[in-house]
Design a protein around this ligand. Structure first.
Ligand code: C2E
Ligand code: MG
Ligand code: MG
Ligand code: MG
Length: 292
């Protein structure tokens, strides 16, 4: 009896596994086609510079416009893109799209806006990445200074030697670097010292927790202080409420990004946003006046 149950169990587990695999393979095939059929979209979320009180730039965030499922968020497909090595090609598409959006923003009258984009580990470890990015910059007549590349802690610690080399090559082209989701990964403070990083992005889980959780609050306060002592700048993501902003301003956070100011914007919304809000100097209206 026990043996029989065991076998049933084993069988069920296997079936579950193979159906998961089938689902993943189907998703993989769909994603492969999504690139060909141009179903990917890049949304831009504004970032506010608290020092100047103005728009600092945008973060580019990937979406999948699925014919039946609608707009699919990246958490549902980035890991599949990574597993299938599709992230490399999608990553080049993302950067090219960022170049086009940068030009569009220029045309609208926003000069030298910085666009931050996310890079996956496997994408970053492509030996030809700096050269491909350089070619795209030349093709669109843009400078590296107009972009910030966001890497996570795990990317930085996975292949330190190689990562450092690629970073220096991209740095030479003018690109800035940010460490994304700071504090959630394998935090080795050693890389802050050794790597040419410009910006630290405090993960939204700390910001969203800081009003109720004193550890989150203390982590934010000490991260801002440490980052400043190292001569780097700090961005807080996940700013959803006025109280978040208030506290971050009190502790001299340099930049913020979050739903309190704006959700990530589709290209059509972006044009309206720039024309009707930013250029009319109505944005950000929700900024609190500084007390110092
Ligand atoms: P991330 O780089 O940490 O991006 C910030 C995420 O926080 C975005 O989620 C953004 O929409 C969300 N967010 C912004 N403000 C708020 C807020 O006030 N409250 C809350 N709850 N969330 C906020 P999104 O767009 O779903 O992206 C999720 C993750 O997917 C990104 O996290 C990034 O790791 C990854 N990703 C997005 N685009 C790309 C890409 O082009 N390439 C790669 N490799 N990864 C990407
Ligand atoms: Mg990011
Ligand atoms: Mg982040
Ligand atoms: Mg994140």
């Amino acid at each position: 009896q026990a043996k029989n149950n065991g076998r049933n169990c084993y069988y069920a587990f296997n079936e579950q596994m193979s159906s998961d695999l089938a689902t993943r393979l189907q998703l993989e095939a769909e994603l492969r086609r999504a690139l060909e059929l141009q179903q990917f979209r890049l949304f831009l979320q504004p970032q506010v510079d608290l020092r100047s009180g103005h728009l600092a730039g945008f973060e580019a965030l990937l979406r999948w416009q699925h014919p039946e499922r609608g707009l699919v968020p990246p958490d549902e497909f980035i890991s599949v893109l990574e597993q299938a090595q599709l992230i490399v090609d999608v990553g080049y598409w993302v950067f090219e799209r960022c170049c086009q959006l940068s030009i569009e923003l220029n045309t609208l009258g926003l000069n030298n806006t910085v666009i931050a984009l996310n890079l996956a580990a496997d994408q970053f470890l492509q030996p030809e990445l700096p050269q491909r990015f350089q070619q795209l910059l030349q093709q669109y007549q843009l400078r590296g200074e107009q972009f910030e590349l966001e890497l996570t802690e795990s990317t930085l610690v996975s292949h330190v030697g190689q990562t450092l080399d690629v970073m220096h090559q991209l740095k030479a082209l003018g690109f800035a670097f940010a460490i994304d989701d700071f504090g959630t990964g394998y935090s080795s403070l050693n890389y802050l010292k050794r790597m040419p990083v410009d910006t630290i992005k405090i993960d939204k889980t700390f910001v969203l927790g800081m009003l109720d959780n004193s550890s989150d609050y203390q982590i934010i306060v000490s991260t801002i202080a440490m980052v400043h002592k190292l001569g780097l700048q700090v961005v807080a993501e996940g700013v959803e409420a006025q109280q978040h902003l208030q506290m971050l301003q009190q502790h001299h956070c340099d930049m913020v990004q979050g739903y309190y100011f704006s959700r990530p914007l589709a290209p059509a919304q972006l044009i309206e946003f720039v024309r009707d809000e930013v250029l009319q100097q109505n944005w950000p209206a929700r900024l609190l006046s500084c007390s110092n």
